[in-house]
Design a protein around this ligand. Structure first.
Ligand code: BES
Ligand code: MN
Ligand code: ZN
Length: 494
């Protein structure tokens, strides 16, 4: 996607489509008024026709209006004027790009009104660049005849006055990097589980390392055996796919400065193992690697921006299969840090691969560790598909991540952990079991991880409800890449 900034008369700008806002009172936005004037009231007429409500995200496409150079005008509803803000801007623009999917427009213009504050303007440009890439995203690499003709090629930002162009360009670069990171995350998630294997994720990491000069280390089964990553290996046992432990290191910050360590759950398919899952929608368990997918995606963002921060990514990845040599409910496994775990349910496998990765994280003496995992079905029950669950052993880190989510329009909500929940992790035979009672299942899963993160500041994102969509719109969302990217941007001071 090409991005550019232009000034001058909006009505004379040659473009496939210009996107302008309309409020639910039928009042036109400032830039819509400019086009209205040039077209002798065509937009006012369209607004009065009743063909667009002005409700946030409603759209109406106008073709070949006389008096302007743009081929199309897309009117997009922005709701009530008094409620108009950054959130509505993003929702409206998201809807606009979605509706453009079915048109031939590939070069789109977005007016930025310079009456907004500089920080608002930069935020809008950053969001718009990201939304443009998000909206143009297609996954048709597995179709024999890809038939989606319209893939966005260019976005022009139009300024109706003077603005700090350097700051705007930097904002667009950030938005572009987040958008491209999300696209990688979505590709990795949407790819079928016979292709997106642990080996495929390792190769993706190697490609990123080449492109962005990261250091890449891939530990094989024998390396993991030496390190004592037995809980990870216990999940992988019955799979024909070799497990991988992927390490990416980006040294963009001060030499020797403590890094942020990102850890992503990489179960490339979760059958449940011997505690086999029911059949319905089991295909969606190909998304059980989206913790890993989002960490690889955000590393792309980091690389594209040469982020001035030290960042380490750890991805434990394998497949959870049943089989004659599979781990059984009742088996007891010694984790890398020495804690013994009684496996009571082989479907609670995410925590088993994460705990060894969290132990491995200690060697980096991290400033903070953040993991992302499609960890529990209970998370979907608690927060639905809107908000990511957040857990932390440090409230400041939790607040930092919640704020990053707000800023990125990629919300997370903190849930409690605490000793009352932790007490549920009791085993008659080992140090801890891998499951507690069903009540508060996402919290006790977080408490399990908390047993392995005592030596550093740590937060856990349960993305089970937010990493992908089901039903007709089935597909990866690219979340929580925007949240993570924003968190890293703030830490890097950009
Ligand atoms: N990957 C699943 C969690 C999941 C399920 C995410 C459905 C999104 C949608 C995870 O490995 C799992 O199976 N968790 C179990 C834990 C239980 C056995 C304690 C669950 O949530 O049912
Ligand atoms: Mn599972
Ligand atoms: Zn799982």
């Amino acid at each position: 996607m090409e991005f550019s900034i232009k000034g001058g008369d909006l009505s004379k700008l040659k473009t496939d489509c210009v996107i302008v806002g309309i409020f639910d009172s039928k009042k036109l936005s400032k830039s819509a008024q400019v086009l209205d004037k040039a077209t002798k009231g065509a937009l006012t007429t369209a607004a009065a026709s009743g063909d667009i409500s002005g409700k946030t995200g409603s759209t109406l496409l106008l073709q070949s209006l006389a008096g302007i150079a743009a081929q199309r005008v897309l009117l997009v509803g922005c709701g009530a004027e008094k409620d108009y803000g950054n959130k509505v801007f993003a929702a409206a623009l998201g809807a606009a790009f979605k509706s453009l999917k079915s048109t031939g427009a590939t070069d789109v213009t977005i007016p930025l009104e310079t009456s907004f504050s500089a920080s608002d303007l930069a935020w809008k440009a950053e969001q718009a660049a990201c939304l443009a890439i998000d909206g143009a995203y297609r996954f048709n690499q597995m179709k024999s005849k890809p038939n989606d003709k319209n893939v966005g090629k260019a976005v022009t930002f139009h300024l109706d006055g003077s603005a700090n162009e350097k700051a705007l360009k930097a904002a667009i670069k950030r938005g572009e990097a987040v958008g491209e990171g999300m696209s990688l995350t979505k590709d990795l998630g949407n790819l079928p589980p016979n292709i997106a294997t642990p080996t495929y994720l390792a190769n993706t990491a190697k490609d990123l390392a080449k492109a962005y000069k990261f250091k890449c280390t891939v530990l094989e089964k024998k390396d993991m055996e030496k390190l004592g990553m037995n809980t990870l290996l216990s999940v992988s046992k019955a799979s024909y796919q070799p497990p991988k432990f992927i390490v990416l290191e980006h040294n963009g910050g001060k030499k020797g400065a403590a890094p942020v360590v990102l850890v992503g759950k990489g179960i490339t398919f979760d059958t449940g193992g011997i505690s086999l899952k029911p059949g319905a929608e089991m295909d969606e368990m190909k998304y059980d690697m989206q913790g890993a997918g989002s960490m690889l995606g955000v590393m792309k963002t980091v690389g594209m921006l040469k982020l001035p921060l030290n960042v380490v990514m750890l991805v434990p990845t394998c497949e959870n299969m049943p089989g004659g040599n599979a781990t059984r409910p009742g088996d007891i496994i010694k984790s890398m840090n020495g804690i013994t775990v009684e496996i009571l349910n082989t479907d609670a496998e995410g925590r088993l691969i994460l705990c060894d990765a969290l132990t491995y994280a200690e060697r980096f003496k991290p400033a903070a560790v953040v993991d992302a995992a499609t960890l529990t079905g209970a998370m979907v029950i608690a927060l639905g598909h809107v908000t990511t669950g957040l857990f932390a052993n440090d409230d400041k880190l939790a607040t930092e991540l919640v704020d990053a989510g707000k800023a990125a329009n990629d919300a997370a909500w903190q849930l409690p952990m605490g000793p009352e929940y932790d007490e549920g992790l009791k085993s008659n035979f080992a140090d801890i079991p891998n499951i507690a009672s069903r009540a508060g299942g996402s919290i006790t899963a977080a408490c399990f991880l908390g047993r392995f993160t005592k030596s550093y500041k740590w937060a856990h994102l349960d993305i089970a409800g937010t990493a992908w969509k089901s039903g007709a719109e089935k597909g990866a969302t690219g979340r929580p890449v925007p949240l993570l990217a924003n968190f890293l941007f703030k830490r890097a001071g950009i």
